[in-house]
Design a binder for this molecule. Structure first.
Ligand code: ADP
Ligand code: MG
Length: 343
C-alpha cells in the first residue's frame, strides 16, 4: 500500500456515536427502567407509575408528577452530555442527584423509539416522538404537570443486542428487582409497577421504610425484621435486617443504598453477613436494607456508566460500622421466636 495523505480518521455521526455509547448504559430492558425512574426521582416526583409489555421489549412507560421539562429544553434532554444536574467540575465531586452524565435519554433514543409528554405546570406541555435518536414530531399539547416517557421496540435497530436479551421471565425479573431497590431507596415516593394488566408492586409512598419493605417482601416478613441504626464521624447507617431464621439462598435480597442510590459492593454486603456472627446457616443470606448517609464529597459516583459501582473513601471503616451495628442489634435480641410478637 502506498502512502496516502488523505485523512483516514473521521468523527462519527452523532446518531452512531450515541448508539455506541448506548451499549454501556442500556444493557437490557431493566437498564432503561432504572434510568427513567432515576430521572423521575431527580425531578422530585412523589408518584411514579411504571408499565411494561413483553418484559419491556415492546413497551416501557414511566409516568411521574415531577418538575417536567420546558418546551425549549426537550431537544436538549435527548442530546448526549446534556444535563440540568451539574455544570462545573466542582459539582462532579459532590453529586446530589442520581443522574449527572446526561447520556441516558440520548442512549435510550438511539436504540428504541421514544415518545415524551411533559409539562412544567398544569396546562401547556410538549409532546415529542423520536426515532433513530431524532425528533420526528414535536408539538405543544395540554398535559398535567410531570413527565411520561414511553419506550417502544427496544433494540429494534441493534440485532446483536436483541439476541443477547434473555427470556421474558428473566428480563421481567430484572425489571422487578431494580424497581424494588429504587422503591426501597425512596419510601417517600409512591411507586407502582405493572406488567400488562398485572400489578407487580405498589408502595405507599408515606416515607415509612418498613411499609415499603412490606410492599415488596410481604407484611409478615417486614414485621419480623429488626430496625438498626448507628453512626461514626463520617457515616450514618440505618435500615432493617431479617432475623437469622429468615434467610434466602442468594445474596440478592440485601440492598445497599448510599444517599438514596442503590449500589453494589461485595465488601459491604460481606459486612452485613458478618454482623450475624455465626448465627446464619452456611449458604444462607439475610434480607437487609442498609441506608448509608455520607457527605457526597466522600464518594465518587463516576466510576461506571450505570453508576452502580461507587468509590467510597474510608470504605473499611464503613464496613466495620455496618458489621458492628448489626451485630449489636442481633445481640440485643434473645432470638427466641416469641420476641416477634412484641414488634
Ligand atoms: P441526566 O439524568 O444524567 O441529567 P438524562 O439523559 O437521563 O441525563 O436526562 C437529561 C435531562 O433531561 C436531565 O438532566 C433532566 O433535565 C431532563 N429530564 C429527564 N427525565 C426527566 C423527568 N422525568 N422529569 C424532568 N426532567 C427530566
Ligand atoms: Mg438520568
Amino acid at each position: 500500500m502506498g502512502v496516502t495523505t488523505m485523512s483516514q480518521i473521521h468523527e462519527l455521526p452523532e446518531a452512531l456515536a450515541n448508539q455506541i455509547a448506548a451499549g454501556e448504559v442500556v444493557e437490557r430492558p431493566a437498564s432503561v427502567i432504572k434510568e427513567l425512574v432515576e430521572n423521575s426521582i431527580d425531578a422530585g416526583a412523589s408518584q411514579i407509575d411504571i408499565r411494561v409489555a413483553d418484559a419491556g421489549l415492546r413497551l416501557m412507560e414511566v409516568a411521574d408528577n415531577g418538575a417536567g421539562i420546558e418546551p425549549d429544553d426537550v431537544p436538549a434532554a435527548f442530546k448526549r452530555h446534556a444535563t440540568s444536574k451539574i455544570a462545573t467540575t466542582r459539582d462532579l465531586f459532590a453529586i446530589h442527584s442520581l443522574g449527572f452524565r446526561g447520556e441516558a435519554l440520548a442512549s435510550i433514543a438511539a436504540v428504541a423509539d421514544v415518545t415524551i409528554e411533559t409539562a412544567t405546570s398544569e396546562g401547556v406541555g410538549t409532546t415529542a416522538h423520536l426515532t433513530g435518536g431524532q425528533i420526528v414530531d414535536a408539538h405543544q399539547q395540554a398535559f398535567r404537570q410531570g413527565t411520561t416517557i414511553a419506550v417502544h421496540n427496544l433494540f429494534y435497530n441493534t440485532p446483536a443486542r436483541l439476541k443477547y436479551v434473555k427470556s421474558q421471565a428473566t428480563e421481567l425479573s430484572h425489571i422487578t428487582d431494580i424497581v424494588n431497590r429504587l422503591a426501597l431507596g425512596h419510601p417517600d415516593i409512591a411507586m407502582t409497577l405493572r406488567s400488562g394488566d398485572k400489578l407487580l408492586l405498589r408502595t405507599a409512598g408515606n416515607g415509612d421504610l418498613q411499609q415499603t419493605i412490606a410492599g415488596i417482601y410481604g407484611v409478615a416478613t417486614a414485621k419480623a425484621m429488626l430496625a438498626f441504626s448507628g453512626e461514626d464521624l463520617d457515616f450514618k447507617v440505618s435500615g432493617y435486617v431479617s432475623l437469622p431464621d429468615t434467610t434466602r439462598a442468594t445474596r440478592t435480597h440485601m440492598t445497599l443504598l448510599l444517599n438514596g442510590r442503590y449500589f453494589k459492593n461485595f465488601n459491604l454486603a460481606k459486612a452485613v453477613i458478618a454482623g450475624y456472627g455465626s448465627k446464619l446457616m452456611v449458604g444462607r443470606y439475610p434480607l437487609a436494607v442498609v441506608n448509608i448517609t455520607i457527605d457526597p464529597q466522600l464518594v465518587d459516583v463516576n466510576v461506571h456508566p450505570t453508576k452502580q459501582e461507587l468509590r467510597i473513601s474510608k470504605e473499611p471503616a464503613l464496613a466495620k460500622l455496618i458489621e458492628q451495628t448489626i451485630y449489636a442489634r442481633m445481640a440485643d435480641q434473645n432470638l427466641i421466636p416469641d420476641a416477634l410478637h412484641n414488634l
